[in-house]
Design a protein around this ligand. Structure first.
Ligand SMILES: Cc1cc2nc3c(=O)[nH]c(=O)nc-3n(C[C@H](O)[C@H](O)[C@H](O)COP(=O)(O)O)c2cc1C
Length: 320
């Protein structure tokens, strides 16, 4: 069995808590791993390479504590922007090598030398893609698996329907596919497997957790929003993303101007970090998020729902 397949087999259910800028942190990641679900955070979610190292140390110590208490924590992951435009890439990558982070979630570009550096210490890579062409490039460069970011995902999103995207990627790849976009329940996780993907990548649902670093306002807006309150635009930070409409209005963004802005042009003022702090992102799954839970409790809920969904479809599986 390939290393990535072995890692997937070690999870209680096939879920990765997706990395989220200004939201994910070691506390959330450790809580998920303690429940047998892969947790993650983005390296760029820290203010500096020094702070990133502090988070890696927190992970190492937290996981050791779980093991000392008899637990079997799930493998964890870090998101790295592997593009030359990221000035921290080299330093952050060196730390991932030093701390032997088991899974690296890579986004932008798909440089083979980065994948090689990760493979050399025994790590595996899952690379973000939003089309069959992106997948082709990442596979050629040597990734161990792809993260298919479909339409409706929180943060920077794809635009292709999840069925269409998984089918196109499956035409060229029999390895691991992680599917992202709009999932909030254990039933959704089982559905990703029925569609031909291997794992679900869930972000937005985990913003509404006690450990998440998101502001209380962001969490409350997620609980109060429906899918129709999510606004797609490439004009807030230059990349296609889904934003909570109420937060755009509160930040004084004119939605009509946004609607008519050409792709790539940026409407919202201020530096990028501030934009993500004041203008909140979320995926289409918001309408199914009714409360803020502890991360461990949410993971247990997903596992219970997943088991119930498997039982519910068992008659369908034998009916054919
Ligand atoms: C608040 C927020 C911040 C995000 N930040 C990142 C990030 O830093 N790096 C990244 O690769 N993806 C990021 N994403 C995308 C997620 O990793 C994932 O693709 C997405 O949340 C999945 O869709 P869902 O939110 O509908 O579950 C972010 C998503 C959200 C909601």
């Amino acid at each position: 069995m390939s290393k990535i397949r072995e890692i997937v087999a070690r999870l209680d259910i096939p879920v990765i808590v997706a990395p989220m800028f200004l939201v994910s942190n070691p506390a959330m990641t450790l809580a998920a791993c303690g429940e047998g679900i892969m947790g993650s955070f983005p390296a760029h979610g820290t203010r500096s390479t020094e702070q990133f190292e502090a988070w890696l140390i927190e992970m190492r110590e937290g996981l050791a504590k779980q093991r000392d208490a008899g637990g079997k924590p799930a493998p964890w992951a870090v998101n790295l922007v592997v593009h030359s435009s990221n000035p921290r890439m080299q330093g952050d990558l060196e730390l991932c090598v030093k701390y032997e982070v088991p899974v690296i979630l890579t986004s932008k570009g798909a440089p083979g030398d980065v994948f090689k550096a990760i493979h050399d210490y025994g790590g595996v890579t899952l690379h973000d893609i939003a089309s069959q062409r992106h997948a082709e490039k990442a596979i050629e460069a040597g990734t161990d698996g792809v993260i298919a970011v479909a339409g409706g995902a929180g943060g920077h999103t794809g635009t292709i329907n999840p069925f269409a995207l998984v089918n196109e990627v499956r035409q060229i790849w029999d390895g691991v596919i992680v599917l992202a976009g709009g999932m909030t329940t254990g039933r959704d996780v089982l559905a990703t497997q029925a569609m031909g993907a291997d794992l679900a990548y869930i972000g937005t649902r985990f913003i509404a957790t006690t450990e998440a670093m998101a502001s209380d306002g962001h969490k409350a807006m997620i609980v109060d929003s429906k899918a129709t309150d999510v606004f797609f635009s490439a004009a807030i930070d230059g990349a296609p993303a889904n934003w909570l409409t109420k937060s755009l209005i509160a930040a004084g963004v004119d939605l009509d101007v946004l609607r008519t802005t050409l792709p790539g042009k940026i409407v919202a003022a201020g530096e990028s970090r501030k934009r993500w702090k004041d203008i909140w992102t979320a995926g289409h799954g918001v309408g199914n998020i009714a409360s803020v839970l502890g991360t461990a409790e949410l993971c247990r809920q997903l596992k219970t729902e997943y088991a119930a969904a498997r039982r519910a479809i068992a008659p369908l599986a034998v009916a054919g």
